[in-house]
Design a protein around this ligand. Structure first.
Ligand SMILES: NC(=O)c1ccc[n+]([C@@H]2O[C@H](COP(=O)([O-])OP(=O)(O)OC[C@H]3O[C@@H](n4cnc5c(N)ncnc54)[C@H](OP(=O)(O)O)[C@@H]3O)[C@@H](O)[C@H]2O)c1
Length: 328
């Protein structure tokens, strides 16, 4: 079957390791004792979405060399062997207190098991979530990583009630556009920053209440900041919080070790909360949220899978607003 594979990794030239071509049909992994391991399902992929995670893999971050070559892609929507339209949950693990993201052995598709940038992908059957009929395959494919991460950040980790003010850093990103759209639909006052004038204008169209240049002083301090940019925006995130405010962090695209500014953290009693992906049940609720509200993921561009290199290049250059989707 046709697939997009990471063959090698290079932190300086990630696209050099991208291979397009034939790969063997998927097979269930042998010898796993977990209760889900003998219960795998093959999904015929209709659409798959690109995440920054795929670029990190090509840079050698979060992947061990002995896993290569591995098919890339965390996100997909498609049709299972029984003809059901499904969304594929990307977290492979055994739930701990109902949450598979807390399993120390959990992985995302394309880290240990082959990913979704292929004609077919095999996943534990519990990772299949019914796709609402009103959601296209292209939109459904955007949900499992970026949109699920945004859902958990906003609705579980921020601790905020609707009507609160939330700042989203780096408005153009996949997670950031999801945060703006979900926040708006749920009644938060959403402020956003971006380095680009054009992306700031698009963030307003998407539902941001106000937009600011990255690093700009805000008219008032916010209740929470949603952070995926990391080092480049971290100082601004802490400065933008009201006393007792909270920064929820799920990514660090620009670097992961900014000055911590501990004086500010304890003196203003700020909270720093980490967030990663979400549970299968949250993915189901997210799909229902979209069905109920009419909110749909922002798709920057849709490309056939055999032109995936163009999508990777655009994300590498930061030339993206929303999600890049591949159709199969
Ligand atoms: N923990 C998890 O479960 C999880 C899940 C999903 C994503 N993530 C992580 O979250 C991050 C974002 O993911 P994504 O898929 O949304 O990526 P993306 O679509 O590539 O987002 C990139 C955005 O980050 C902003 N940005 C990048 N470098 C910047 C810099 N130097 N200064 C200011 N802004 C910068 C840009 O915003 P502007 O151009 O608008 O300024 C850009 O639009 C990644 O690091 C990813 O690995 C983590």
């Amino acid at each position: 079957m046709f697939a997009i594979t990471a063959s090698t990794t290079d932190p300086n030239d990630p696209l050099a390791g991208l291979t397009l071509g034939e790969r063997p049909e998927p097979k269930a992994p042998d010898g796993r004792a977990d209760d889900w391991a003998d219960n795998w399902a093959v999904v015929n992929v209709k659409a798959a979405a690109l995440n920054h995670h795929d670029l990190w893999t090509l840079k050698g971050v979060g992947i061990s060399q002995d896993r290569l070559p591995i098919i890339l892609g965390c996100d997909a929507a498609g049709v299972d062997e029984n003809g059901n339209e499904v969304i594929v949950h990307a977290v492979v693990g055994t739930p701990v207190n109902g949450d598979e993201t807390l399993d120390p052995k959990r992985s995302l598709l394309s880290e240990v098991y082959d990913g979704t940038f292929a004609e077919r992908v095999i996943v534990p059957r519990r990772n299949l979530v019914p796709k609402p009929a009103g959601l296209s395959f292209e939109h459904a494919a955007c949900l499992p990583t970026a949109w699920l991460t945004a859902y958990r950040m906003l609705f579980e980790k921020s601790g905020l009630e609707p009507g609160s003010t939330v700042l989203v850093q780096g408005a153009g990103g996949g997670v950031a556009t999801a945060l703006i759209a979900l926040g708006r639909a749920a009644g938060y006052r959403v402020w956003a920053t971006s380095r680009s004038k054009d992306k700031r204008a698009r963030a307003l169209e998407l539902g941001a209440d106000r937009v600011f240049e990255s690093g700009a002083r805000l008219p008032e301090r916010v209740d929470a900041v949603m952070e995926t940019v990391g080092q480049a925006t971290w100082a601004h995130s802490l400065k933008s919080l009201r006393p007792g405010g909270r920064v929820v962090v799920s990514g660090a695209t620009s670097g992961a070790v900014p000055p911590a500014d501990l004086n500010r953290v304890f003196f203003l009693q700020l909270s720093v909360v980490g967030s990663t992906m979400g549970t299968r049940e949250q993915l189901e609720r997210l799909a229902r949220f979209l069905e109920q509200t009419g909110v749909r993921p922002v798709v920057d561009r849709t490309l056939p899978l055999d032109r995936a290199t163009e999508g990777f290049a655009a994300m590498h250059e930061g030339d993206v607003f929303g999600k890049i989707v591949f159709t199969v």
